[in-house]
Design a protein around this ligand. Structure first.
Ligand code: PAF
Length: 280
């Protein structure tokens, strides 16, 4: 695996490559990331990964400084698995050389709801860095995990709107045996919190089961679920059943007619914010 830090070195590596598969990450790689790399390998060659903790997508009170940076470990993990041919690990100056940045603003109906409402500026940061990374790597495909469901939708719609030649490929959320979605932030959970954390996924399953069993009272299901999480000591940002195609609310009639839905949630367990979702 070649590790490159500058765009120039990356371009040298990518010259003549038009079938590359790309996996952008912020590092602290876990089995979820490794699964993305494996899927990338099935869709293109060479596989290029990036590690860049993107300051633009963190709010002023968020965990940018404390976000785990484990580049040497990450490199060793990638080398062991041997799926990745080039790792692009730029520093901030390489990605954002000017004091002021152009920014990509997602449309508000998708970018300002759910995660966007609770993390203002998050999706602007994501789309801005993803556009730049795609422009550096110029891959045929790029793989994104479904744990960040809204991010995946926004990146897809950005590629469509800007007519980028990269196809976005989703990967199912990878979970621990007890259902907890893998995330770099799980390492911040205390042992007691780690034991409580799968409750979120169990609750999403309960929501799905209610809808599948014919309960179409969306507002009631959402309210019961939020209350249940709050009673278990979580601080809920949102728990919402939405239409899969645009993340808007579904009417009772649409639900009854079998509209594909997804339930999305974000909640704090102690000082750790967890997100998860489940297609219904
Ligand atoms: O999902 C992530 O890890 C990040 O949001 C991404 C896509 C690498 C952009 O920084």
């Amino acid at each position: 695996m070649k590790v490159v830090h500058s765009i120039e070195e990356l371009r040298d590596q990518m010259r003549g490559q038009n079938r590359a598969a790309f996996v952008p990450t912020m590092g602290n790689l876990h089995e979820g990331h490794m699964a993305l790399m494996r899927l990338a390998r099935q869709h293109g060659d060479p596989v290029v990964a990036s590690i860049f903790v993107n300051r633009l997508q963190f709010g002023p009170n968020e965990d940018f400084d404390k976000y785990p940076r484990t580049l040497q470990d990450d490199i060793e993990k990638l080398q062991e698995r041997n799926d990745v041919y080039v790792l692009f690990a730029p520093n901030e100056k390489e990605m954002y050389p000017e004091p002021q940045n152009y920014r990509v603003n997602p449309p508000s109906d998708l970018g300002d709801i759910l995660e966007g409402e609770f993390r203002p500026g998050f999706f602007v940061g994501v789309t801005t860095v993803v556009l730049k990374l795609l422009s550096c790597v110029q891959p045929k495909v790029a793989v994104f995990g479904k744990k960040d469901y809204q991010q995946l939708m926004i990146v897809r719609s950005m590629c469509r709107q800007f007519a980028l030649p990269t196809e976005i490929i989703p990967h199912e959320t990878v979970r621990d045996d007890d259902g907890l979605a893998l995330s770099s932030r799980n390492r911040f959970l205390s042992p007691t919190e780690r034991a409580q954390a799968p409750h979120l996924y169990r609750l999403l399953n309960k929501v799905r089961d209610r809808v599948v069993a014919g309960d179409h009272d969306i507002a009631g299901i959402e309210r019961d679920s939020r209350n249940e999480l709050a009673a278990a000591g979580w601080k809920v940002d949102y728990l919402a059943l939405r239409r899969r195609r645009d993340l808007r609310e579904a009417t009772c009639e649409e639900v009854a007619a079998g509209e594909p839905l997804v339930v999305l949630a974000a909640a704090m367990l102690g000082t750790t914010r967890l997100i998860d979702n489940l297609e219904v």
